[in-house]
Design a protein around this ligand. Structure first.
Ligand SMILES: *Cc1c(COP(=O)(O)O)cnc(C)c1O
Length: 401
């Protein structure tokens, strides 16, 4: 049998955990009912599974079940949160804030709102990818209605200081939304302690199925208003119409439940593997870590190698390793990553990046193989006569994780 590539692209998506699949299967067949059918046992079984899943998900983030709205994923949850708040708070103000390093599922709804006449502020980040809190505070105006800052960055894994941002937003009576697609069940999330008003989730970054996610919407202190973006049968208290996909919802809850149960041990294991991989790469010239060395997701490693083209490196790693350069969503367009550009990188250094997303199913042996392959490929590329010369300043910056 042919060997499949080693999968190390878990920030793009993760494989489905078999335990999640097993939990979902009965809801495709035996319990196929519509959770909204109240007149028979098929509907009741589906409704009970949805209710249980809602409770699991709410408990996972310290919310209550009536604060969870199921969506098709984090893209839809972000759209509902951002456009829904903009429409509902239109009379209060028309200014919204976010970061330059956000996912396009936040940036594009913001741009859309701008086209409708809202004012948006895209804040820069520091060189390590973290938001500067005084800069954020200064950007808040009397007519600001929403601040959206992601929990964990999908490219560089940087973890933003959610509790500090939440406190700041509430001090100024501005709603705080966070896109937690990369963070759920990977780092602890607590909507009370962190004063989060809206939070977007998705299943497929945490070993669950694609096509399901959720939006947490705070109901108390303050009670968040939202304008629905999908109209129809009035599901999810009118905020998101559409028949609830029971198997997907069960899968989302199971994935989050498993992730939470194993959160600490898995974080430790992934950090260990990731740091070991990073140490193995230190023999290379021009290595540069992208993003804060410690404030980052346990399995994420993103680096640039001055003078080495990321596309050439990806090609050289084929077919052994499945990784990506820049964000998966934008790597179809050959443009330097907007996240790396926001860190202050030149186009050249942004092009020279590789993102490794380690996950639950990666082994020690795979880490060794990938490290060897990267070192060999980079060294052969650096030996090419037309290689652009390495910026010596970058050598000093190869911080150990
Ligand atoms: C993957 C991802 C999304 C999109 O989530 P979908 O569920 O695929 O729509 C949004 N934001 C971030 C940070 C992501 O990593």
């Amino acid at each position: 049998m042919l060997h499949r590539p080693i999968y190390m692209d878990c920030n793009a998506t993760t494989p489905l955990d078999e335990r999640v699949l097993a939990a979902m299967l009965p809801y495709f067949t035996e319990h196929f009912g519509n959770p909204a059918s109240t007149t028979h046992a098929y509907g009741w079984a589906a409704a009970a599974a949805v209710a249980r899943s809602r409770e699991i998900l709410a408990a996972a983030i310290h919310a209550s079940p009536d604060e969870i709205i199921f969506t098709s994923g984090a893209t839809e949850a972000n759209n509902l949160a951002i456009k829904g708040v903009a429409e509902a708070y239109f009379a209060k103000g028309r200014h919204l804030i976010t970061l330059q390093t956000e996912h396009s599922a936040v940036l594009d709804p913001y741009e859309y709102l701008r086209s409708l006449g809202f004012e948006i502020t895209l804040l820069p980040v520091q060189a390590d990818g973290l938001v500067d809190l005084p800069t954020l505070e200064q950007a808040i105006r009397p007519d600001t209605i929403l601040v959206s800052v992601m929990a964990a960055n999908n490219e560089i894994g940087v973890l933003q200081p959610l509790a500090a941002i939440g406190a700041l937003c509430h001090r100024h009576q501005v709603l705080f939304h966070t896109d937690a697609a990369q963070a759920i069940a990977k780092i602890p999330l607590d909507v009370q302690a962190m004063q989060i008003d809206l939070m977007s989730l998705t299943a497929h970054k945490v070993y669950g199925p694609k096509g399901i996610g959720a939006l947490y919407v705070r109901r108390r202190n303050p009670r968040v208003q939202l304008a629905a973006q999908l109209h129809g049968g009035g599901h999810e208290r009118g905020w998101r119409s559409g028949t609830l996909p029971t198997p997907q919802i069960v899968g989302l809850a199971k994935a989050v439940e498993l992730g939470l149960a194993e959160l600490e041990s898995e974080a430790q294991r992934l950090e260990g593997l990731r740091d070991q991989l990073w140490r193995s790469l230190q023999v290379l010239d021009g290595l540069y870590l992208n993003g804060h060395p410690l404030q980052r997701l346990p399995g994420n490693l993103n680096f640039s190698i001055a003078g080495v083209d990321g596309q050439a490196l990806l090609l050289g790693l084929q077919p052994l390793v499945a990784v990506s350069s820049g964000a998966a969503c934008s790597s179809a367009k050959i443009a330097p990553s907007h996240v790396l550009k926001a860190l202050g990188h030149s186009d050249e250094l942004a092009y020279a990046s590789l993102r490794l997303g380690l996950g639950r199913f990666n082994t020690q042996e795979e880490i060794d193989q990938v490290a060897q392959a990267i070192v060999a490929t980079v060294q052969s590329l650096q030996r090419l006569p037309d290689t652009v010369n390495i910026n010596p300043a970058m050598n000093a910056a190869s911080t150990l994780l």
